[in-house]
Design a binder for this molecule. Structure first.
Ligand code: SDX
Length: 433
């Protein structure tokens, strides 16, 4: 124990003059926290923070974000460093285990993931119940949850080996299920994973190869996909990760928890934004219409928001958007694609970032603003964009879930409320109402 005096905050009730001392908990980086676990017992009051703008839900060692500086780090490594030097599978190892792997550790991890990429053949039957035009996220939620029906040997969350095999199965099989979801929507046959291909390459092969001809994955696309997977891997306690944690706190199995995360990610305010950005850009259509849409975005009576702009935490640039913006140019140039949508997006960004409404509210492009343009250039339809986000974020979700389960004395998450409903009253028979 340090011999430093404990840091505390004193909270005083101005009506009664009573005060309580609340301990301060400090981390290695970022804001310190006031530990309010004993607040109700000491004051009879709850805290109230409806969308958790100032509430820490857990301690975590996985990801650090400094929203003011536009910093994103995983286990101490900057996102710029990782996208430049690492790979999606190595980042998965890092997020899960806390350290970059040795060569031997990486070979073993790569082998474990590779040899879990196939799904039980019975799982193919789940797809036939869906219409071909079902939203792929609806299929993903259902089929990923169904994985729990196949792996009775790895549902004991208290067994470290079973936790590890479940994590490997999810990281390995969710790309396969995502590719199957895409093939199903295209009316094309499922493509089996191949053990001779890399993680991102295998995923693209399962998405785009056809039985009618040999398909070679473009190294440019494989590299872009791998980078997109790194950029979307984890992001602290965002809505879908918090969903996974709260589901996991009830001791639900990891497959059910990840399915819950997929459901939460689907919303257009969260992972669904990458699809909404493309739909918005297509609706804007030309540079001349940008001012009209910026006015709509500012109009409080208009539900329209500038999709791909703004972030709960980043009040500076989202570092992922900067990396993706550069990738956009590289990928489109390499593919010889001249997508007017990219020009429109850049013009929209330029105009918005000179508009006081956006500047004053620190609304910068976020990770979703450019990702869709690359994904479309790679051949994916907009409905698949959030599925691709879910494929990448599975690594973060299962790492955060593992960290939570490994915490000593796991407790179920159970927030309280401020009750504003009717006070007690007697039942009135229907003929007397
Ligand atoms: C992701 O949390 C994460 O880490 C998420 C994520 C991850 O990796 O997991 O980073 C991924 O979800 C990125 C965000 C993708 N969503 C979008 O691009 C949808 C558009 N963005 C907005 O819906 C919004 O910015 C949010 C949801 C991202 C953030 O919402 P907040 O923090 O609740 O912000 P807010 O609604 O309180 O907005 C503050 C002000 C408001 O205006 P005032 O009331 O102060 O006048 O900014 C305005 C808002 O009206 N505003 C916008 C806007 N975003 C906020 N106005 C127009 N267009 C926008 N996009």
């Amino acid at each position: 124990m340090s011999d430093q005096p404990e840091k505390t905050f004193t909270l005083t009730n101005d009506q009664t003059g009573e005060s309580v001392k609340l301990p301060v908990q400090e981390g290695t980086m970022g804001p310190a926290t006031i530990d309010v676990r004993k607040l109700y017992a000491q004051t009879g009051h709850f805290t109230l923070d409806p969308s958790f703008t100032a509430t820490g839900s857990c301690k975590s060692r996985i990801t650090y974000i400094d929203g003011e500086k536009g910093v994103l780090m995983h286990r101490g490594y900057s996102i710029e460093d990782l996208t430049e030097n690492s790979s999606a599978l190595e980042v998965a190892y890092l997020l899960l285990n806390g350290e970059l792997p040795t060569k031997e550790q990486m070979e073993e991890f790569d082998h474990n993931i590779t040899y879990h990429t196939m799904v039980n053949e019975q799982l193919h039957n789940f797809f036939n119940g869906f219409r071909r035009d079902a939203h792929p996220m609806a299929i993903m939620v259902a089929v990923v949850a169904a994985l729990a029906a196949f792996y009775h040997d790895s549902l004991d969350i208290w067994d470290p080996k079973q936790r590890e095999i479940s994590a490997h199965r999810l990281i390995a099989k969710i790309p396969t299920i995502a590719a199957m979801t895409y093939k199903y929507s295209q009316g094309q046959p499922f493509v089996y994973p191949r053990n001779d291909l890399g993680y991102a390459e295998n995923f693209l092969h399962m998405c785009f190869s056809l039985p009618a001809e040999e398909y070679k994955v473009s190294p440019v696309l494989a590299d872009a996909m791998d980078r997109i997977m790194i950029l979307h891997a984890d992001h602290e306690q965002n809505a879908s990760t918090s969903t996974v944690r709260i589901a996991g706190s009830s001791q639900a199995n990891p497959f059910a928890c990840i399915a819950a995360g997929i459901a939460s990610l689907w919303g257009p305010a969260h992972g669904g934004a990458n699809q909404s950005v493309l739909e918005m850009l297509e609706e804007i259509g030309t540079k001349e219409r940008i001012p009209e849409f910026l006015e709509k975005a500012k109009d409080k009576n208009d539900p329209f928001r500038l999709m791909g702009f703004g972030h709960r935490v980043y009040k500076n640039h989202d570092p992922r958007a900067s990396v993706l913006k550069k990738s956009c140019h590289d990928v489109l140039a390499e593919l010889g694609v001249n997508d007017p949508t990219l020009e429109l997006a850049m013009e929209l960004e330029k105009i918005a970032l000179s508009d006081p409404y956006f500047v004053d509210r620190k609304l910068f492009p976020n990770v979703d603003f450019y990702s869709g343009i690359i994904l479309r250039a790679m051949g994916f339809p907009t409905e698949m964009f959030t599925v691709l986000f879910a494929v990448s974020r599975t690594v973060g979700w299962i790492s955060q879930w593992t960290e939570m389960i490994e915490e000593p004395a796991l407790r179920i998450g159970r927030p309280r409320q401020l009750y504003t409903g009717a006070t007690e009253r007697d039942y009135v028979a229907i003929d007397k109402r």
